[in-house]
Design a protein around this ligand. Structure first.
Ligand code: ASP
Length: 442
């Protein structure tokens, strides 16, 4: 197959053209035109992905569970998955802490820049703090309560309730095992059909991915720059080193932690893994949402990495909601950066507190754009750093959000591969690339 027919090259092309157009638009004041005539294509792309996320998770998980004859296996896979998710997130935070403590980007911020950033973003900080404050007020078991919905349609009505949908699907799957096979069959057939169709719909949606990505990137640039490109350049000048530290940390986590885990615990070739997952990384980068990317992650893991549906339908929706290594690493770097910039030194105890709170905060972070910075408030409060300091990092948050979302998705896929390998449920992937294109099987 010619290289340019491969999906990730097409998406990359969309991304770079979106970047070029976005810079031109911001430089020439085409912000309103972009908002009205370009951005909607990005929204259509994200909406169509979100539209199929709930049916996909529900159908594939119900079928996956119903095909398991013993529930012990389900709890074994569940326990393993959660343990690996938490461990990799703790490693991510530690990597972030090492980089930010060694490179000390906060020491480079001049007093004048600090005051200016704080004045510019003070209003946004108050809004974010209020949201995080509400979260912090919740009882310790509230997260558990939130997993069990009182009404199925309520759960399915918002993509932010994905964990509730996972719960309903598991429950339904268990119910299906309990009734005689003959009685379960009609319902099971419906879910099997739905799961197969929805996976094909992901292929269809991905046909417009290059255009969607173009529009999303262009719109992000014009929104952040607000018809004034100089502002972004200034911000990057002041916060460039901080951004670099986050980028280095994320790259180390992807390039070392995941690579070592994949090499040790799975037969997966690293090149196959990254080539397979690249479109999902690019969609996560463009949408800044690992939740919206979930259908693409699932499709790529099943079709390109050879992860069984049984594993992917359980591990990936769970991962999209609770496993956010990129977010946790970013939160740790941001918290220490802010304290450095404010001239506060952190003790070892405070750094350990960051590891614990960042792991928990990332679990509680919603898989939507900008959620990570809201949860940063909780970490700052835990280590006694003034939350007004968030103003220092708000200006470049969107850029880092794109990168951390791509990392989050990579982590979910790596863990799905490892869990599948450990369960003997990793078949050799289809390397022919023909699955990039719609297959009409009739
Ligand atoms: N946008 C991220 C995600 O969806 C969450 C965050 O803000 O860190 O994965």
């Amino acid at each position: 197959m010619r290289w340019y027919r491969k999906l990730h090259w097409q998406i990359l092309l969309g991304l770079f053209s979106g970047l070029v157009y976005g810079v031109l638009a911001a430089a020439n004041g085409w912000g309103l035109f972009t908002e009205h005539w370009v951005a909607p294509f990005g929204t259509i792309f994200i909406n169509s992905l979100q539209l199929i996320a709930v049916p996909l998770v529900l159908a594939s998980l119900v079928t996956g569970v119903a095909s398991l004859s013993d529930l012990k296996k389900l709890s074994r896979i569940g326990g393993k998955t959660i343990a690996i998710y938490l461990a990799t997130t703790a490693v991510a935070v530690t990597i972030g802490l090492v980089f930010v403590n060694v490179l000390r980007p906060g020491d480079q911020i001049p007093e004048g820049v600090r005051a200016e950033l704080q004045a510019t973003y003070a209003g946004d900080v108050t809004a974010g703090a209020a949201a995080a404050g509400e979260l912090a007020q919740r009882g310790p078991l509230q997260t558990l309560v939130d997993i069990v919905p009182a009404n199925f349609f309520g759960a399915a009505s918002s993509n932010q309730n994905m964990l509730q949908v996972v719960f309903v699907a598991l429950f339904l799957g268990v119910g299906l095992i309990q009734v005689p096979a003959k009685t379960a069959k009609p319902l099971l057939d419906v879910f099997e059909g739905m799961s197969a169709v929805v996976i094909r719909l992901v292929d269809l949606i991905m046909l417009i991915a290059p255009i969607g990505v173009f529009a999303l990137i262009a719109n992000t640039i014009t929104t952040v720059a607000g018809d004034d490109l100089g502002r972004v350049v200034d911000l990057l000048g002041a916060l460039g080193f901080y951004c670099l530290v986050v980028v280095l940390g994320l790259a180390a986590h992807i390039g070392v932690t995941y690579v070592v885990l994949l090499k040790v615990f799975s037969p997966m070739k690293i090149k196959t893994f990254f080539a397979g997952i690249a479109p999902a990384q690019l969609v996560a980068f463009s949408t800044s949402s690992s939740g919206a990317t979930l259908p693409v992650t699932m499709e790529r893991c099943e079709e390109k990495l050879g992860v069984s549906e049984e594993v992917s339908s359980f591990v990936l929706p769970l991962g999209a909601t609770v496993n956010m290594d990129g977010t946790a690493l970013y939160q740790a770097v941001a918290a220490v950066f802010i304290s450095q910039a404010l001239g506060m030194s952190l003790s070892l105890g405070q750094q350990v507190t960051i590891v614990l709170t960042a792991v928990l905060a990332s679990v509680g972070t919603a898989a939507v754009p900008g959620a990570g910075i809201i949860m940063l408030v909780i970490i700052l409060e835990a280590i006694g750093v003034p939350i007004a300091g968030i103003a220092l990092v708000l200006g470049v948050d969107r850029i880092l959000d794109m990168l951390r979302s791509a990392t989050n998705v990579t982590g979910d896929a790596a863990v799905a591969t490892i869990v599948a390998a450990s369960e003997n449920q990793l078949r050799m992937p289809d390397l022919s690339e023909k699955a990039d294109h719609i297959r009409v099987k009739r």
